[in-house]
Design a protein. Structure first.
Length: 308
């Protein structure tokens, strides 16, 4: 069961907040015992060195390099374009979903012309349009922004609810090294989840802040499905959404979208630590280094629909 509304009313449905990371020689005590995190810490691209001050290897690659990389890359986050470019209205990319599939079986993003929300779970690419409908994505379709990895979780936790988004965030904090990147998946039973998507755009493209004013919001109740997402350090702000970015798809593939709030009854959380980020830059798109300004933080917060 779900209800739908248009316009920027995500606060009425509830909204989500940020925070995320990856790996290093550290261990954390949690309610479920001690977990060890292992990873690689270095910097590799002179244009993105500022972004990599977080202990994540950041490498800028062109389209040919991105296409040549493949399934042998493990422990790497592969990204097309940047959140900063998307904020400025760069809604046309040059990477097909056929190419994207070689870079992982897990991820999120959007579809060419900002035509809804996208997620990839178990290698299946799905598009959630602004009317709430869920569609498979053809291999030849393109994306202006996507974040992918080969999901190989090293830790799992049982979540006993009810848990609000703030409760979940607190749980994430106990296993987080804020300098790094995490990919995570929750197979969840939800009391309710608030979702959103955005309508397809046409040139001349407006900035993302204008688009999200006309986003569609809906609330699904008593639903089972998968929440997938990434958490990036705040030092990568501008290249990526700092903190937690979540998308959801129901088990029956009828309901999905960008998560803005939730109440979880129970779930199984799987976490993968990652320490390298490759950023593909589409031709004609300017991708700047990380931007830690308050203005950029506020712009991202508004379009992501975060509580805080």
């Amino acid at each position: 069961m779900h209800s739908t509304s248009s316009g920027d009313r995500s606060r009425g449905c509830g909204t989500i907040a940020p925070n995320l990371v990856a790996s290093h020689k550290l261990s954390f005590m949690t309610a479920h015992g001690e977990i060890a995190l292992h990873g690689l810490l270095s910097v590799d691209d002179h244009e993105l060195v500022a972004a990599a001050s977080s202990a994540v290897t950041v490498r800028r690659v062109n389209k040919d390099d991105f296409s040549a990389e493949g399934s042998d890359l493990r422990g790497v986050v592969e990204q097309s374009s940047s959140i900063d470019a998307l904020l400025r209205g760069a809604y046309e990319g040059d990477v097909s979903f056929a190419e994207l599939s070689r870079h992982g079986d897990f991820g999120l993003g959007t579809v060419q012309h900002l035509d809804g929300e996208m997620l990839c779970v178990d290698g299946e690419f799905l598009q959630i349009r602004s009317d709430g409908s869920v569609h498979g994505i053809a291999p030849e379709m393109l994306t202006p922004f996507a974040v992918m990895c080969h999901f190989e979780p090293k830790a799992s936790y049982t979540l006993d609810g009810p848990l609000t988004w703030e409760d979940l965030q607190q749980q994430f904090e106990t296993i987080s090294d804020r300098r790094l990147v995490q990919a995570f998946r929750i197979d969840a039973v939800l009391e309710w989840v608030c979702l959103r998507s955005v309508p397809r755009q046409y040139p001349p493209y407006p900035p993302l802040s204008a688009v999200t004013k006309n986003q569609t919001n809906w609330k699904a109740e008593q639903v089972v499905g998968s929440i997938i997402g990434f958490r990036f350090p705040t030092t990568l702000q501008g290249l990526e959404v700092p903190g937690i970015h979540l998308h959801f798809i129901s088990e029956d593939r009828t309901v999905g979208g960008h998560v803005t709030d939730l109440l979880l009854r129970s779930g199984e959380l799987q976490v993968q630590q990652l320490s390298e980020l490759h950023v593909e830059v589409p031709e004609g798109v300017h991708v700047a280094a990380a931007d830690d300004s308050d203005e950029t933080a506020e712009a991202i917060r508004r379009v992501e629909g975060h509580h805080n």
